[in-house]
Structures are given as structure tokens and as C-alpha cells.
Design a protein around this ligand. Structure first.
Ligand code: UDP
Ligand code: MG
Length: 333
């Protein structure tokens, strides 16, 4: 897992990019990354992850990493998807200061590293990119827009809209995200969960240099769904509320009709009881499902085995206790 342990790495910064069947882009990506590396004052490494491409991408990445020790490449055994490719890359980070996560197709310009770094120097642990304008089709733009708003509305987290995985995160945030072993990973949500000071920088998202998007609309919907399910208790709460509301209304209606029948003897027999009882029992069913859902939620949250909280500073015996940011297990740095 994290390579942070003993010897201190020579690298201060890292750039991470996943690539999947990107042979049309690789040479341009490497050229621009080389230029960024040459321009950086701090020693910077590049981590390239091949997500099980069937074209020559892994070959090209491996050639580069063998020839240039500033590059690491991780070749996955098959296609695991963007999120897990990023997770794989994050787990081999050597840089001590910060990690810059970009797309391998250069839609997130690597040249923005110094700009993001400036915010990092101001004390932000997470600096994420906010897309100013999308150069994609109307359908995809609308889909993105709606997905972000929905996740924001549902999730119990402050997820910044119009930001993706493109971000600069401090080494400790990368370590914390690596320390979350949950198998269903919604990285931008996990990043927000970690806390500390976070801020966004607006940027122009470029069009793809070459090749096609590897994300289908279907995959985008799945991603949005993952955001809602992984970070929100609202869907389950909704069932419970709907059940509670039905039961309350049915009971109120039953009491009302009983009183009315007692006073005026004008309630049609049979039908009223049928409606009220039907609403009542449907309500009871919903309520029961909601309650079972609450137990499943707790199991779900527990199985993530996340740290319960993250400590920023701890002062004891008149001095700050350093190297303490997880409440359980030994932190990796
Ligand atoms: N990618 C990946 N595995 C996948 C799909 C995509 O590693 O299963 C990479 C892809 O090569 C690219 C980045 O993730 O570098 C973003 O994907 P893409 O450009 O297809 O998505 P979009 O920018 O269209 O949202
Ligand atoms: Mg892209």
C-alpha cells in the first residue's frame, strides 16, 4: 500500500493520470508532462496508470517509465474503471507534499499545476478544478448539470458542483483517502469527506486532444447514482417518512370516520374502512421497509471501515502532538 514509510522520497509533488485505450493521445500527454516536469522547481514525479487497455497504451507507458525515473507506471491486469485506476495510482505515491490528479486525455491541463500549487501554499489541503465551460454536447452537459445538482441535494456532504476528480490534494489527504478501504469508491465524495480547508479554481476544460470519451452516458448515470447511494441516507429516510405519513393519515382518517359515524351515522359502510385499512397497511409495510433500511444503512456505513473522524490538530502537554490524523489503526505517515 502507501509507499510513505521509511526513507523520505526525493519527490515533493506527483502528477497522476489514468489512461484507457489512449494510444492516440499518449505521445502528446508525455510531451506536455515532460514540459511541466522540466518547468517545475520542486522535484516532481508522474504516476501513469494503464487501466487494462487493449491497444499500445501500456507498452508506451512502460517504455517511458523504464527510460525516465521521474515516471512510474502501473499497468492494471484488466479494465477496472477510472475510479479504481486512480485509486491504484494513489496507492503508489512517493511525493511528500501533494498530488495533482488529472485525466490522461489532457482535458485537465497539467500546466495548471503551479496555479493549483499556489492555493496549496496558502494552506488549502484540497484544491479542486471547477469547469467553467464544457465543450461537450448539449445532452451530456445537461446530464452533468442535473447529476451534480441531484447529488448535492441528496448527499449529506458539501460536494462542490461542476468539479470532478481533477484536483490537487495534500499528501495527508491522499493518505487518508488511501486509508479508506471501501470498495464502492466515490472519490470526489471521499475527498470532500476528509475535510480540512478546501477550495476550487475555475478552469477551462479543453476538448479531447484525440480519441473518444471512454465514459458512456450509462457510466455517467452509474457514477451519479454511486454518489447518491454512497453519501446519502435520504433514499432510505424517504421510505420511512412516506410510511410514517401514510400510517398517520390513515389513522387520522379512521378516527375521523368513527367519530362521524357515531355522531351523524352517514359514513358509507365497507368502502371507507377498506380505503383506510389499505392505506394503513401499506403505510405499515413502507415503515417496516424503512426501518430495515436503517439497519442496512448502518451495516453499509460500518462495512466501509472508514476512520470515524479526522483530527487536524491535537495539543497535549503544552505541545502539538504530531502525526495524528486517524482515530483508528496506525496512520501511514
Ligand atoms: N479512463 C480510465 N478507465 C476507464 C475509462 C476512462 O482510465 O474505464 C481514463 C481515460 O483514459 C481518460 C480519463 O479516464 O484519461 C477520463 O475518461 P474520459 O476522457 O473517457 O471521460 P470524459 O473526459 O469524457 O468524462
Ligand atoms: Mg476526457
Amino acid at each position: 500500500m502507501p509507499a510513505s514509510s521509511s526513507s523520505r522520497s526525493a519527490f515533493e509533488l506527483a502528477i497522476l493520470a489514468p489512461l484507457y485505450n489512449e494510444e492516440a493521445v499518449v505521445s502528446e500527454t508525455l510531451r506536455r508532462l515532460d514540459a511541466v516536469l522540466d518547468s517545475m522547481a520542486q522535484p516532481t514525479e508522474v504516476i501513469l496508470v494503464d487501466d487494462g487497455s487493449s491497444d499500445s497504451t501500456p507498452l508506451l507507458l512502460q517504455q517511458k517509465a523504464l527510460a525516465d525515473s521521474r515516471y512510474q507506471c502501473v499497468l492494471l491486469s484488466r479494465n477496472f474503471g477510472h475510479t479504481l485506476a486512480l485509486s491504484a495510482g494513489m496507492s503508489v505515491i512517493r511525493a511528500t507534499e501533494a498530488l495533482f490528479i488529472i485525466d490522461g486525455d489532457l482535458q485537465d491541463p497539467p500546466e495548471l499545476l503551479p496555479t493549483f500549487l499556489q492555493k496549496f501554499r496558502e494552506g488549502y489541503d484540497v484544491v479542486y478544478g471547477i469547469r467553467r465551460q464544457r465543450k461537450e454536447g448539449l445532452l451530456k452537459r445537461t446530464a452533468y448539470h442535473m447529476a451534480y445538482r441531484m447529488i448535492r441535494a441528496f448527499a449529506s456532504l458539501d460536494l462542490p458542483p461542476d468539479s470532478g476528480d481533477f484536483a490537487l490534494v495534500s499528501r495527508r489527504v491522499a493518505d487518508l483517502m488511501n486509508a479508506m478501504p471501501e470498495s464502492s469508491r466515490y472519490l470526489r465524495g471521499m475527498r470532500a469527506w476528509v475535510g480540512f480547508k478546501q477550495t476550487g479554481i475555475e478552469y477551462e476544460r479543453s476538448a479531447r486532444v484525440a480519441g473518444d470519451t471512454k465514459y458512456s452516458l450509462n457510466a455517467l448515470i452509474r457514477l451519479a447514482f454511486k454518489g447518491i447511494i454512497n453519501f446519502s441516507e435520504l433514499p432510505v429516510r424517504f421510505i420511512t417518512w412516506a410510511g410514517g405519513l401514510s400510517v398517520t393519515l390513515a389513522l387520522a382518517y379512521l378516527i375521523y370516520t368513527v367519530i362521524r359515524q357515531w355522531l351523524y351515522h352517514d359514513v358509507p359502510s365497507g368502502f371507507t374502512a377498506l380505503v383506510a385499512l389499505s392505506v394503513l397497511f401499506h403505510g405499515v409495510t413502507l415503515l417496516s421497509i424503512g426501518l430495515i433500511g436503517e439497519y442496512i444503512l448502518r451495516i453499509f456505513m460500518q462495512q466501509k471501515r472508514r476512520p470515524l473522524f479526522v483530527v487536524r490538530t491535537h495539543v497535549r502537554d503544552g505541545m502539538p502532538v504530531s502525526d495524528l490524523h486517524l482515530n483508528h489503526s496506525s496512520p501511514s505517515s
